[in-house]
Design a protein around this ligand. Structure first.
Ligand code: C2E
Ligand code: CA
Ligand code: CA
Ligand code: CA
Length: 274
């Protein structure tokens, strides 16, 4: 037992080292990614339930490196989030997305902000400066934050969201249902919409539980006067079920994968039929 115990300890140490080395390499790569021009943004349409027209696009970051090829943001964003790199990346995203947005007739761009970005002390001023510099109306920027960003210090988060909303920004609560949200707290936050996490949409047809959660979120959103965006919509059957349940907007591969700025511009100009 002792022998296998030692073996386990050693393996564990080695895999820790491996993990730390990987993180350091990713951090090093990311710190040069902007200068090297390795980052790009893609845009995924968000379509309305009724007219099925494109009301906005979510901006999603892409990183392509010589060393790793295309690395998923689900891998590198959490690593950037552990250091100040996330601020550099976030600033880059806004510098890139806001000029693109100006070419669209009236859609908004929905940008992801990590908890660390949201909690920086000058977040509100910083966002305002960014849109002013770009010459964009605040109403055309939707700020996507997760429950994690707001429930740690709910008082302060409520104040930040209130200020942003006063200035005209749109606020979306992303991945709703996956975090530690207290429903009691939701009403204190100035929000425009809830985004139902893809995992629930995905499970909807197979599990009663997921379907029940989707229905509850839509119900809650409507009762609070919020929009409800269903994300990760991949099939016609999901669209029909979500329409019946009362979702206000859809996003997902059924309508379109995230696309480059040029293709997004084409979609923004025309009515989009899924
Ligand atoms: P998220 O904010 O929940 O974004 C939705 C993810 O679902 C995106 O993955 C999108 O490409 C994917 N998706 C959309 N529709 C479908 C569908 O129908 N089926 C499936 N299977 N997937 C779908 P992506 O682009 O890999 O981004 C992963 C996560 O990385 C995002 O999750 C977000 O948390 C983070 N992220 C992406 N871009 C940024 C950014 O600019 N800043 C920050 N802070 N985080 C970002
Ligand atoms: Ca998002
Ligand atoms: Ca999401
Ligand atoms: Ca997600």
């Amino acid at each position: 037992a002792k022998r296998s115990g030692r073996g386990i300890v050693r393996l564990f140490d080695e895999s820790m080292d491996e993990g730390i080395r990987f993180r350091r390499r990713v951090e090093g790569g990311l710190s040069q990614a902007i200068a090297k021009g390795e980052l790009s943004l893609v845009y995924q349409p968000i379509v309305s339930r009724d007219a099925v027209e494109v009301v906005g696009f979510e901006a999603l970051i892409r990183w392509s490196t010589d060393e790793y090829g295309a690395m998923s943001p689900s891998t590198f964003i959490p690593i950037a989030e552990e250091s100040n790199l996330i601020h550099e990346l976030g600033d880059w995203v806004l510098r890139e997305a806001l000029p693109v947005l100006k070419q669209w007739p009236d859609q908004y761009v929905s940008v992801n902000f990590s908890p660390r970005q949201f909690r920086r002390h000058d977040f509100v001023g910083h966002i305002m400066d960014s849109v002013e510099r770009a010459g964009v109306e605040p109403a055309r920027l939707q700020i996507e934050i997760t429950e994690t960003a707001i429930f740690d210090d709910a008082e302060r988060a409520a104040e930040t969201l209130y200020k942003l909303r006063q200035m005209g920004f749109r606020i979306a609560l992303d991945d709703f249902g996956t975090g530690y949200s207290s429903l009691y707290n939701i009403r204190k936050f100035a929000l425009d919409c809830l985004k139902i996490d893809r995992s629930f949409i995905d499970g909807m047809s197979r599990e009663r539980e997921s379907a029940a959660i989707v229905h509850s979120i839509i119900h809650l959103g409507r009762a609070l006067g919020l929009g409800v965006i269903a994300e990760g919509v991949e099939t016609e059957a999901q669209v029909q079920a979500l329409k019946l349940a009362g979702a206000s907007h859809f996003q997902g591969y059924f309508f379109s994968r995230p696309v480059g700025a040029d293709v997004a511009l084409g979609m923004a100009g025309a009515r989009y039929l899924g």
